[in-house]
Write a protein that binds this ligand. Structure first.
Ligand code: NAD
Ligand code: DAU
Length: 364
């Protein structure tokens, strides 16, 4: 039985990953979820798993050496899947320090403790172990109209968030190059799906459409992101854990580039089509809610992944088309109004005020 140490498992992708793995492997795996429960961590995302014998939640900081050491001491960990991170670019522009702490120092702390437990006296590693670093396409920087990010694209991060993720990737690579520690790095494009915190574009727009609030579009709305349904990302990670060649980087994406403005218009239309005819919220939904606001500083223009390596070497392909995934996602947010209400009350209101009040100007 393999034991997974999943960090950041109460966040968006981590919680989807845990559900996905338990659905796929049932009781034949064990999962230990280590999460600090920052503003982005939410145990509601893991409802239904609490009493499962093969699932354990531990509230801990990945920078806390003693605590992480204790977890390794008490459990025979086979895989570390490191999702734990500060993940929002806008927050990194306002307050970079915590990004370096968690994303860089936290990753190094986990790596080093895993190495200490997995390395044998002869400097080789116990068989069947792997450290998988969940990284991002943002480490490659920004593209113009043409071309794609491949695994050989030079790293050129621009935001404090992406710089901290690139630094973490380099440390993971150093542990492979120096010690031959069994690692993989995955670099995925933008995810969407259930449990995503409404600071990110898609859930923020869904929530605002439903509340009849303005939809803030940074700059000219023509920045391009390459969207992937979160469950497809989770299945790709599973395949890299099982079949990835040690020391390799794998890009994950599904050739689904969209301009932000297109995403926003799709959400408006899909919410309109999904709500009951009698639902009073339909009356305030229209393109008039769109508001062009001040651009994000250093805003990357275009991301686009070339997934040729993961599909040819490992056989992974995305299963969910965007047209289907966005409908599923909107239906999930409509059905889980309480979930949105809980995460958008309190602190979120202050975050929204601080983040958007100064953007309140149209840029032509
Ligand atoms: P998220 O912000 O939703 O979740 C992050 C989780 O990490 C939260 O549960 C939080 O409580 C936890 N955490 C934060 N600091 C911690 C610490 N010091 N110790 C322990 N736990 C801590 O993020 P997400 O969108 O689910 O992203 C997960 C990972 O995937 C990140 O590493 C991110 O860089 C990467 N990624 C995200 C996307 C995307 O589109 N969201 C795409 C590619 C890669
Ligand atoms: O590419 C992968 C990355 O995708 C991950 O590594 C990050 O963790 C994740 O947050 C995401 O980063 P982005 O910055 O691309 O995602 P975000 O949802 O914040 O923004 C998507 C695009 O929408 C981006 O061009 C900025 C724009 N945007 C965003 C918000 C929140 C707006 O126009 N208005 C908004 O209010």
């Amino acid at each position: 039985m393999k034991t997974y140490l999943v960090t950041g498992g109460a966040g968006f992708i981590g919680s989807n990953f845990i559900h996905c793995m338990i659905n796929k492997y049932g009781n034949s795996i064990r999962i230990i979820n280590v999460d600090l429960l920052t503003y982005a961590g939410n145990l509601e995302n893991l409802k239904g798993l609490e009493n499962k014998e093969n699932y354990t939640f531990i509230k801990a900081d990945i920078c806390d050496k003693d605590k992480i050491e204790e977890i390794f001491k008490n459990n025979e960990i086979d895989y570390v899947v490191n999702f734990a991170a500060e993940s929002h670019v806008d927050r990194s522009i306002k307050d970079p320090e915590v990004f370096v702490r968690t994303n860089v120092l936290g990753t190094q702390c986990l790596l080093n403790i895993a190495k200490n437990y997995w390395e044998k006296e002869d400097d080789t590693f116990l068989p069947g172990k792997k450290f998988l670093q969940v990284s991002t396409d943002e480490v490659y920087g920004s593209l113009e109209h043409e071309g794609y990010f491949t695994e050989n694209t030079p790293l050129d991060p621009h935001s404090p968030y992406s710089a901290s993720k690139a630094a973490a990737d380099m440390i993971v690579k150093a542990y492979f190059d120096t010690y031959k520690m069994p690692v993989n790095i995955t670099r995925c494009s933008n995810n969407y799906g259930r449990y995503q915190f409404p600071e990110k574009l898609i859930p923020l727009v869904i929530n605002n459409v439903l509340s009849g609030k303005e939809l803030p579009v940074y700059g000219d709305g023509k920045n391009i992101r390459d969207w992937l349904y979160v469950e497809d990302h989770c299945l790709a990670i599973d395949q890299v854990i099982n079949n990835g060649k040690l020391g390799e980087v794998y890009n994950i994406g599904g050739h689904n580039e969209r301009q932000n403005i297109e995403i926003i218009k799709t959400i408006i239309k899909t919410v309109q089509n999904t709500l009951d005819e009698s639902d009073p919220r339909r009356n305030h939904i229209s393109d008039e809610l769109i508001k062009f606001v001040k651009d994000r500083k250093g805003h990357d223009r275009r991301y686009a992944i070339d997934p040729a390596k993961i599909s040819s070497e490992i056989g992974w392909l995305p299963e969910t088309a965007f047209e289907q995934g966005i409908v599923e996602t909107i239906k999930w947010y409509l059905k889980n109004a309480k979930w949105i209400e809980n995460v958008t009350s309190g602190q979120y209101q202050e975050y929204y005020r601080q983040m958007y009040e100064k953007k309140d100007e149209r840029v032509s």
